[in-house]
Design a binder for this molecule. Structure first.
Ligand code: SF4
Length: 376
């Protein structure tokens, strides 16, 4: 069946939904678009690069610090190209301040979250790509509220730049530092906002001062399995890590846990993940949230290994098990430790590299979107 012949997918949008679009911002433009924009303002094109240097390399948006710009033009340039995209409403800390979740209010009142997690050897920012989410996974708090709108490239990038500023200014314990990793695992389904997400990935990985200069290997894009977009991502020529939130190896259960599965089956989804690994030579991460009595049976571990091994030897994939927060009385709660250990043992016995995600920021519900799960 061709993609067009399928039922239209009302959950997938490529443009911001809602009547008003977020303000245009330097972070949402390519370097060429910035030059054109500055020229439209009647200013010399090289001002665009100067402003990008302040934003991406010096991590400042304060006109007073931009002493290489003529004093009379600073406010106009900053006001036009670096408008305020988001305002922090609340910041919560855990792990002695090394995990910080920020609740942001966007220009239209939409709320999103990002989380900065600092480790001894790296600093990871988990970003949102949509306000809300239309994928309706029943175990996920974000999914229960539906989709409000897609975020713009600028809004996605700004979450990372804000975290980079905090680190550079030494606001996070451990001394001044840099963002080394970005994971698109916050609110939203990144592949349902494909164009803005790819724009953000390019801004993150463009060399400074055109972008943040991060390694694509430090960027992970997650998906619940929008197969056409997974195939498209493989052709982008950006070797990001793909994380597929599978959560069940069989259609019967996955149709319930991840409703998009009724459109793209486990077989089609895993094929697309395997294709990504084949084309990009990047190992795919299979995310599997362990839910007590729902998807954590030993036989499902065996089936998961078989489904993955059917595409090729284990070298193309690894499994990342995600412990849910224990939620007494909830249908969606954490697996028993013994069941989790047995699940790991079975996968490893079949040769599948398996990790259990650390539970950073658990007390602040730090793992947003994909995992907001737990507090539903
Ligand atoms: S788990 Fe992810 S894809 Fe599913 S509803 Fe939540 S945020 Fe959306």
């Amino acid at each position: 069946m061709s993609d067009d012949e399928r039922t239209p997918l009302p959950l997938v949008f490529d443009e911001p939904v809602g009547r008003r679009k977020p303000p245009r911002h330097l972070a949402g433009c390519t370097p060429d678009e910035r030059v054109e924009w500055v020229k439209e303002l009647g200013l010399p094109g090289f001002r665009a690069k100067q402003l990008a240097t302040h934003y991406f390399a010096r991590l400042t948006d304060d006109p007073a610090e931009m002493t290489d710009l003529p004093a009379g033009q600073r406010d106009e340039l900053v006001g036009a190209l670096l408008p305020t995209l988001m305002t922090p409403l609340r910041t919560m800390e855990a792990d002695r301040g090394t995990t910080r979740k920020t609740l942001w209010k966007l220009f239209d009142g939409a709320l999103v979250e990002s989380v900065l997690m600092r480790y001894p050897d790296r600093a990871t920012v988990c970003v949102s790509s949509q306000a809300g989410c239309g994928m309706a996974c029943p175990f996920c708090a974000t999914g229960q509220g539906g989709l409000q709108r897609n975020m713009s490239t600028g809004e996605i990038v700004e979450q990372v730049v804000a975290a980079a500023r905090s680190l550079a200014r030494g606001e996070v314990p451990g001394g001044p530092g840099r963002v080394s990793n970005v994971v698109f695992m916050g609110m939203g389904e990144p592949m349902a906002n494909y164009r803005a997400v790819i724009g953000a990935v390019r801004r993150l990985t463009d060399p400074q001062p055109d972008g943040l200069g991060m390694s694509a290997r430090g960027v992970t894009v997650s998906t619940v399995g929008l197969v056409p977009r997974m195939l498209q991502l493989a052709e982008e020529g950006i070797p990001v890590t793909l994380a597929l939130s599978l959560h069940a190896p069989d259609d019967e259960l996955r149709n319930e846990l991840v409703p998009i599965n009724t459109r793209f089956s486990v077989a089609e989804t895993v094929d697309a993940a395997w294709n990504y690994a084949r084309v990009t030579k990047r190992r795919v991460s299979i995310e599997y949230a362990m839910m007590r009595g729902i998807n954590d049976q030993a036989w499902r571990a065996d089936l998961l290994a078989d489904v993955l091994l059917a595409r090729g030897d284990w070298g193309w994939v690894h499994v990342n098990l995600i412990p849910l927060n224990p939620t007494p009385g909830s249908k969606w709660t954490a697996s028993e430790p013994a069941d989790e250990r047995e699940f790991v043992r079975r996968l490893e016995a079949k040769g599948i590299p398996t990790t259990v995600r650390d539970t950073r920021g658990r007390e602040i519900d730090g793992a947003c979107g994909q995992l907001a799960a737990t507090e539903a």
